[in-house]
Design a protein around this ligand. Structure first.
Ligand SMILES: *Cc1c(COP(=O)(O)O)cnc(C)c1O
Length: 354
């Protein structure tokens, strides 16, 4: 397929104050778009000026949520070049989500090339100050106008970009986590392993309840027994317990995070034993009290590594250690961001520079 590049006639003013960037609010001049029709396949791939879509009110995504997305980042390096972290993994996961939601797959090499071309054209938008990045949001939606529950025959796939500020302004801060004993995110056989909009819509109610009580995030338990810790909002959870790393296995309810995967590789290289097993909420609560649970942190593209300061479950709250980010947590944060921003070597070949 050919990629058409359309000119930008009215460029937006460049960002002058990078410290004022708000996550997900400001978008660049261009976006990638392509369309799909059953029988014809993907067509009309183009990089065009960023602009609103016009859509039929009956478009199936608006009624039945046939939608998937991805999230990844581009980083400015000290020499001025732009780097991407494992982008082919995101493209592969985009297609995994597409299959689960009965949506058409994209051609992975073409989609990755188009993404890289878009970043090249928009490279001036990759911010330069410490900790900033360009957040990349590939998305696919069902556009066929039709009120009926079945896979659509028309889709739109697009990529938009937003420059984002440092996630941690004023230093890396531990989060306060509420373990939900009532609401669930994903059940076995459901859509938990797909990055699809409905999962996040379904999580809002519990997240709002947690926020009203003063917590930063919800930690979800398994839907069947409400006994095993799974993941948090848009982060996988890892625990340093008795000197070993424990994290939930990937059996359909947990998203296969690329930061999780990368962190596990780093931990293996550091010599840690890793147990991918179901960990009970009691192990977490008791472990924080008796010291067997030494550190806990979330992993995800937006936060990279997010230390946990405390867990609250039912009427009980426990603090981890002295409530400050753990030593291993900080080491992983510094290693991953070091690789991404080019301060450290990239022994596993995760970086593509443009
Ligand atoms: C995106 C996401 C993650 C993190 O995945 P990364 O590839 O590391 O960004 C974890 N859990 C959920 C539910 C997510 O949507």
């Amino acid at each position: 397929m050919n990629l058409e590049i359309l000119p930008v006639t009215e460029p937006k003013p460049q960002i002058t104050d990078e410290s004022s960037l708000v996550f997900g609010k400001q978008f660049t001049d261009r976006m990638f778009v392509m369309e799909y029709d059953t029988g014809k396949g993907w067509h009309s791939a183009r990089i065009q000026p960023y602009a609103p879509f016009s859509m039929d009110p009956a478009a199936m995504v608006l009624h039945y949520s046939q939608e998937i997305f991805e999230g990844l980042k581009a980083f400015r390096r000290p020499d001025g070049s732009v780097a991407m972290f494992r982008p082919a993994d995101n493209v592969r996961r985009f297609n995994q989500s597409a299959r689960r939601m009965c949506m058409p797959e994209v051609d992975e090499p073409f989609f990755l090339d188009s993404l890289l071309e878009l970043i090249r054209l928009e490279s001036d938008w990759v911010p330069r100050s410490e900790g900033t990045s360009l957040y990349i949001r590939p998305t696919m939606i069902a556009t066929e106008p039709m009120l009926g529950v079945r896979p659509a025959d028309q889709y739109l796939c697009y990529i938009i970009l937003c420059p984002v500020g440092a996630y941690y302004k004023g230093g890396i801060a531990p989060v306060k986590i509420w373990i939900s004993d009532h609401y669930v995110r994903a059940a076995e056989g459901g859509t938990g392993e797909a990055k699809t909009g409905g999962n996040y819509a379904a999580s809002l109610y519990a997240a709002r309840e947690a926020a009203l009580k003063g917590y930063d995030q919800v930690l979800w338990l398994d839907a069947k027994e409400k006994r095993y810790v799974e993941e948090v909002g848009s982060m996988n959870m890892l625990f340093l317990y008795d000197g070993k790393i424990i994290t939930s296995p990937l059996h359909g309810t947990v998203l296969d995070g690329i930061t999780r995967r990368s962190t596990l590789t780093l931990l293996r290289e550091m010599g840690y034993d890793i147990e991918e097993r179901a960990m009970t909420v009691e192990e977490v609560m008791a472990g924080a009290q008796n010291g067997r649970l030494q550190e806990a942190f979330g992993t995800g593209t937006a936060v990279v590594i997010s230390p946990v300061g405390s867990f609250c479950y039912k009427d009980r709250c426990v603090q981890l250690g002295d409530g400050q980010p753990g030593e291993l947590t900080m080491k992983l944060y510094n290693t991953l961001t070091g690789i991404q921003y080019g301060r450290l070597p990239d022994p596993d070949g995760w970086i593509i520079t443009l």
